[in-house]
Design a protein around this ligand. Structure first.
Ligand SMILES: Nc1ncnc2c1ncn2[C@@H]1O[C@H](COP(=O)(O)OP(=O)(O)O)[C@@H](O)[C@H]1O
Ligand SMILES: O=c1ccn([C@@H]2O[C@H](COP(=O)(O)O)[C@@H](O)[C@H]2O)c(=O)[nH]1
Length: 212
């Protein structure tokens, strides 16, 4: 049971810019002090729309870098529930089948909630849910190299499918929707998930929020 409303910290930026690593590093380094009742991470990717009604070959062509690919209303509603001290059932998304699984994950409210994803600032209601907005600003060529390595290992993708998708949707949508959303950020973090000074600054701010 929380006595104060959670502080919700959004971390956005291009695909493979280092959002997950940045959020996970902050989580791991604060976990010994805060414990599992103190801090949690929510991924925007979990809120990709379910596509069970669409054949797999068609799902492979979906534009996953457009705001319409996400159920932002559900994420906004669930963040609101967390601020009301309620436990949510967060969806679980599978990158290989391009749809949600039948599972959900229970996430209880914690004083600090990190939310990370590519299009968190694209929806006004969602954007207004955040107490702090961080943009990870990593050059797109570096992101592409990281994405190729990661998606071949972790998301079961071929080099051909990664480069085709990159040209068709990832790159154009970055310039149309992600890069302009930087203007909503309170803090811009250069390079990516290993910017030590930025990690220390955010950790210090979180400690201050927890202890006040
Ligand atoms: N500063 C960095 N230096 C080297 N590798 C990095 C850095 N930031 C992230 N990575 C690596 O790049 C890949 C993509 O990072 P990730 O955090 O998954 O990006 P995102 O969540 O933005 O899609 C991962 O394999 C991660 O370990
Ligand atoms: O079924 C899917 C769903 C998403 N993607 C790609 O994922 C990235 C967003 O995730 P990051 O962890 O921020 O990289 C987005 O660019 C989509 O293109 C996908 O390929 N397939």
């Amino acid at each position: 049971m929380l006595t104060n409303k959670p502080t919700i910290i959004a971390i956005t930026g291009a695909s493979a810019s280092g959002k997950s690593l940045f959020a996970q590093t902050i989580y791991d380094e604060l976990f010994p002090e805060l414990g599992e009742n103190g801090i949690s991470i929510i991924k925007e990717d979990a809120y990709y729309k379910a596509q069970d009604h669409i054949p797999l070959a068609i799902r492979e062509q979906t534009n996953y870098d457009h705001p319409d690919a996400f159920e932002h209303e559900l994420l906004t509603e669930q963040l609101h529930q967390l601020t009301e001290n309620k436990t949510i059932k967060s969806p679980v998304y599978c990158y290989k089948t391009h749809t949600r699984t039948t599972n959900t994950i229970d996430i209880a409210p914690t004083p600090i909630i990190l939310v990370e994803g590519i299009l968190l600032f694209s929806n006004k209601a969602l954007r207004d849910s955040f107490n702090m907005k961080i943009y990870i600003d990593t050059p797109l060529d570096i992101c592409l190299i990281r994405r190729i390595k990661r998606d071949m290992v972790e998301r079961g993708r071929s080099l051909d499918s990664i480069t085709q998708q990159y040209e068709k949707t990832v790159r154009p949508m970055y310039y149309q929707h992600i890069e302009p959303s930087k203007s909503w950020a309170d803090i811009i973090v250069t390079r990516g998930g290993k910017n030590r000074m930025a990690i220390e600054v955010i950790k210090a701010k979180i400690r201050q929020l927890i202890n006040k």
